[in-house]
Design a protein around this ligand. Structure first.
Ligand code: GRF
Length: 208
């Protein structure tokens, strides 16, 4: 089995990155994070990468004349690392179709709601304010829309009456840390394929 190579893009604290790094180290993902990029200089995700001796790049959007140039800047670095997948883990920017096609590898994202509900920013706040009884998180392939790509895996958590945005976010985050590594291992096992917008996970029915 080929060991997968991942580029991880993160804007902030990088707890999903950490869950992925830990799983790679433990061997529960047959793969490795080979480069981490952030659009924020002080993103703790960059620090986590450095601590794990992984090349970490701050790509400053202000250094580029426009979004297209910035995206090209990201892709230029990623191209040096010969990756199989680009993993968005709290990267707070919307990519243009040019980036998605220019990447030449599939891009994954994690979103803190049960898509297609509560796409976009502040998904946990949206869920609390809407009054849903359940929410969760979704790992999906990136397509040209915002949080609209084919869904690979979801996890459900209850929403309690006294939940705040933060308490729900914390409950969801625990599930994020569980399912993102799980999806990456399914990719490493070659079990994930797409039929239109439906994602098929080989062997999944046996686990019901
Ligand atoms: C997560 O809730 C993720 O779903 C969202 O941004 C947050 C990133 O958290 N896209 P972290 O940086 O991985 O801790």
């Amino acid at each position: 089995m080929k060991k997968l190579r991942f580029a991880v893009l993160a804007s902030g604290r990088g707890s999903n990155l950490q869950a992925i790094l830990d799983a790679c180290k433990a061997g529960t993902i047959h793969g490795e994070v080979v480069v981490v990029l952030s659009d924020h200089k002080d993103a703790f995700a960059l620090e986590r990468a450095r601590r794990a001796n992984i090349p970490a790049f701050w790509v400053n959007p202000a250094d580029f004349s426009d979004k297209a140039q910035f995206e090209e800047g990201l892709l230029r670095i990623i191209a040096e690392f010969n990756v199989d997948y680009i993993i968005l883990a709290g990267f707070m920017r919307i990519f243009s179709p040019t980036f998605i096609h220019g990447a030449q590898v599939p891009i994954l994202n994690i979103h803190p709601s049960l898509l297609p509900a509560f796409a976009g920013l502040h998904a946990q706040r949206q869920a609390v304010e809407y009054g849903v009884r359940y929410s969760g998180c979704t790992v999906h392939f990136l397509d040209e829309g915002v949080d609209t790509g084919p869904i690979i895996m979801q996890a459900v958590v209850p929403v309690y009456q006294d939940d705040t945005e933060d308490s729900l976010a914390e409950r969801i985050l625990r599930e994020e840390h569980r399912i993102y590594p799980k999806v990456l291992q399914l990719l490493a096992e070659g079990r994930v394929s797409c039929q239109g917008r439906k994602v098929i996970i080989a062997g999944e029915e046996e686990r019901q």
